[in-house]
Design a protein around this ligand. Sequence first.
Ligand code: URA
Ligand code: CA
Length: 433
Amino acid sequence: MRMYDIIEKKRDGENLSKEEIRFFIDGYTNGDIPDYQVSAFLMSVFFRDMSEAERAELTTAMVESGDQVDLSAISGIKVDKHSTGGVGDTTTLILAPLVASLDVPVAKMSGRGLGHTGGTIDKLESVPGFHVEISSEEFVDLVNQNKVAVVGQTGNLTPADKKLYSLRDVTATVNSIPLIASSIMSKKIASGADAIVLDVKTGAGAFMKELGDAKELAEAMVSIGNRVGRNTMAVISDMSQPLGNAIGNALEVREAIETLQGNGPQDLTDLCLELGSQMVLLANKVDTLDEARDRLAENLNNGKALEQFKAFIASQGGDSTVADHPDLLPQASYTFDLPAEKSGTVSEIIADNIGTAAMMLGAGRATKESEIDLSVGIVLRKKIGDPVQKGESLLTIHANTSAVDNVKDKLYASISIADEAVEALPLIYDNIT
Ligand code: URA
Ligand code: CA
């Protein structure tokens, strides 16, 4: 087999066989096939697309290019959740203990990563003592005992995806549905989950800004998951404005605690109940979505979800008293409110720019080497559709410097106030199964 022929076939819009896809992924991973040939191949895929069968084969080949996490020692159906990413997305911090409170095992592998705020692990590390440096055996034991644990990424997972993603980044081939879908799904599948709930975001703060593109990506990922034997569904949710109110690491942990107490922001609570009930259903713990939702809502209100959070934090060395005393979390030295410049209705809060402002305060990493300030960030006081009076606070900035004029400018430029009434945005657009 020759890579030349595989490129030519895809260039002409033909479907590749399983063997051809394996040959390409194996050869690229071990260095036999050079970047220039793979660049040409990726551009052919960009223009010619891939069939559902090809996408599934590509994903499987990428999964098998490296290590795979074996969760078989954990009893029950392991359901993972993946979000395509957004601003202030605090759902994992809430969903992990919430879903575990119904005895669904949550074995979460998570990352630090780049972005507006840290990843789930960074956020959790704002709890004094909490750590994710646990062995694979301990991880499995913790999930079996407590139903929930979070561990950092270990092993050499999907090396083919790492190489392909770097090459796509410099060849203008990132934005291709078959390539994005196989990239995301290969990592989820290699992480060992039996079933997967996807939260595909759409809007200004999302990777897929248009609803149609988000749906297409969701359908592609659901098809791959189901074809490779992992029960998969997707929720398409809004990310035009940030989710919830808090954007920042310790600030999001506080928001997660409030939500687990039943006092969280409405949108964040609703999305967690939606994603959580889909997870509980895929785990076969209930017969209907309504039953799942009722039982999860009950555990937010009766303290069980919060108890589960405390047990989880304590089991990984963290100080679980933060759940009752969130002031023990890192706090910034200064807070500043952003007064509305006119009266009206909030009509736009551009999620991306709010995220950038949080990053300017130090909440996120620009490069892998950057240090995160866990205490800083932004707490929104108003969301789209809310009425506001001139002078009223739109949001609160938490900073460790008093020089925040550039951040304020950025924030003012990201929030619009209309004279007329504005409808609140839908939170969930669609479910794809
Ligand atoms: N995120 C991924 O993991 N892969 C992509 O291709 C795009 C976004
Ligand atoms: Ca949030």
